[in-house]
Design a protein around this ligand. Structure first.
Ligand code: FAD
Length: 490
């Protein structure tokens, strides 16, 4: 139960409200944890500076997957000619914008999420939360007033990330998009440059291209999807090029100007001739610029220094019970979940961690957090799913590695599928243990095919067992059997 006021552990404040738990930042993990803790009988205060639910439902996973679904529908319609007869479709962004506004985000309003938490018994503040000491949080409300809380059990941090601001000359002050503006778009720009060839950049680039934008992707590194197997990023670049996108790898955005509704971009193409001829740079013009080049953790104004943590760090170290640690020692009464733990910036990781932390908060036993089988999917077409280690990561970890690869478009299912069947399976075996430690499944439904591989990595199913199971014919997942048959030392 909330008791107010009481004697204060913080002499600056007259009124300190005592509760059991304060959750600062209500991303997917924080929201779930707060709800579970309230259901478990704790008095819980939740603080979010923006929207309860975090990035995923309002600016991330949900609206972007609505965009992807729409763009995939267009792509399938365009493939119908080969398969079933011509389908005439006039692309319109209106249904996409409407679904996102009305169905996904209720016009970027979190009333429903707030009510859900309140119904569970939690108190919710829209405000900025800040640690002022161990188990102590100050909340600055929109009207400037400040509330102080002392948390008997402790504090959970789930502050998430925001789009990184690139230190590129001229960029600040231009009306460029991040993911936040892109999901609120009410129309499609005629030309779009996307900075960043990671999952968010690739998904958005393909979506807007399928709706008619002429799209260029600028990727700093040598290939798209740098966190995945190289062959996956290369295949995706190939597919995107075949759909008319321009993919520039090894490209650095140097300067941005914006005038009369047009962005002018100076791009270092990585082909520097060493003279001042201007070769090695290229000038691009675009109606819109989308910057999807990394995320900045919201750790700078959380008051981390008040509990001995570094506010300038990119992540907060946590132990296997999601307790923050300093020099390997847990900080009593402080749990952290979500992107800022550095264990995978995905909603499912935030939710998984919230379950682990909730058990600890409630004093319950349960399995410790383990990250050897974190899955992820990039929802491009083809989808690119990955789990566990890449070949490079497995080798860097000192494992004796055997790798099996196959293309899915040459499988029976790929053959019958026809257009849009590009894909691949890569399996990475720890040869000494005889188990998979990583895998990639790209192709139609790649994220679904990944499920089987994620289970194999998670449960360390022996490769011999995977080889003897029966794979339904003709499915995309049957290509896993082919890839296993190709396992060879690398
Ligand atoms: C375009 C896009 C697409 C994505 N697609 C996927 C996907 O398909 N699948 C997937 O798994 N992941 C996806 N992600 C990632 C996913 O959104 C995040 O991993 C997920 O939201 C989990 O983040 P989190 O729990 O760390 O917190 P967040 O969701 O970032 O939420 C943190 C919350 O804390 C609040 N906050 C921060 N500081 C304070 C403070 N001091 N006081 C009070 N409140 C504060 C913020 O307002 C925010 O509401 C996507 C992300 C983006 C941007």
């Amino acid at each position: 139960m909330v008791s107010t006021p009481s004697s204060s552990p913080d002499p600056q404040h007259q009124d300190v409200t005592e509760v059991d738990l304060v959750v600062v930042g209500a991303g997917p993990g924080g929201e779930a944890l707060a709800s579970g803790a309230a259901a478990g009988g704790l008095s819980v205060v939740v603080v979010d500076r923006h929207l309860v639910g975090g990035e995923c439902p309002y600016y991330g996973c949900i609206p972007s997957k609505m965009m992807v679904r729409a763009a995939d529908a267009l792509a399938e319609a365009s493939r119908a000619g080969t398969l079933a007869g011509d389908v005439a479709v006039t692309p319109s962004w209106t249904p996409v914008a409407t679904r996102i506004r009305d169905e996904a985000t209720t016009d970027w309003d979190d009333d429903i999420a707030v009510r859900r938490l309140e119904d569970a018994g939690a108190t919710v503040h829209h405000g900025v939360g800040r640690l002022t000491g161990p188990r102590a949080v100050e909340v600055t409300l929109p009207d400037g007033s400040v509330m102080a809380y002392a948390a008997r059990v402790g504090v959970v941090l789930n502050p998430g990330t925001r789009p990184a601001e690139l230190p590129v000359a001229g960029l600040a002050g231009t009306p460029y998009w991040t993911n936040r503006e892109a999901v609120q778009a009410t129309g499609v720009p005629a030309t779009l440059v996307v900075v960043g060839g990671g999952p968010i950049g690739c998904e958005m680039a393909q979506v807007f291209a399928r709706f008619g934008a002429r799209v260029t992707i600028l990727q700093h590194g040598p290939r798209l999807l740098p966190g995945d197997e190289p062959e996956a990023g290369e295949m995706l670049a190939d597919v995107l090029a075949s759909e008319g996108l321009r993919v520039m790898t090894g490209a650095d955005l140097r300067e941005v100007a914006h005038a009369d509704g047009t962005f002018t971009l100076t791009v270092d193409t990585g082909n520097d001739t060493g003279d001042d001829t201007g070769e090695g740079t290229e000038t691009l013009h675009a109606d819109q610029l989308l910057v999807a080049a990394g995320r900045t953790p919201n750790l700078d104004d959380l008051g981390l220094e008040a509990v001995g943590l570094d506010p300038a760090s990119r992540t907060i170290e946590v132990d296997e019970r999601m307790r923050a640690t300093v020099d390997g020692e847990p900080v009593e009464g402080l749990w952290v979940v979500g992107d800022v733990t550095g264990k995978g910036a995905f909603t499912h990781v935030s939710m998984y961690q919230s379950g682990v932390a909730l058990r600890d908060v409630l004093g319950q036993d349960g399995p410790a957090a383990a990250y050897h089988a974190v899955p992820h999917t990039t929802f491009t077409d083809p989808e690119v799913g990955g789990v566990g280690m890449t070949v490079r990561q497995a080798k860097d970890a000192g494992l004796r590695v055997r790798v099996g690869r196959t293309a899915t478009e040459t499988s029976s299912r790929g053959f019958t599928h026809g257009p849009g069947a590009r894909g691949l399976i890569t399996v990475v075996e720890d040869a000494d243990r005889g188990v998979l430690v990583g895998a990639t499944a790209a192709g139609p439904g790649g994220g679904e095919v990944l499920g089987l591989l994620a289970l194999a990595v998670h449960a360390a199913v022996p490769v011999d067992t995977l080889r003897t199971m029966i794979y339904a014919y003709p499915t995309f997942h049957r290509a896993i059997e082919t890839a296993l048959g190709e396992l060879a030392e690398e």
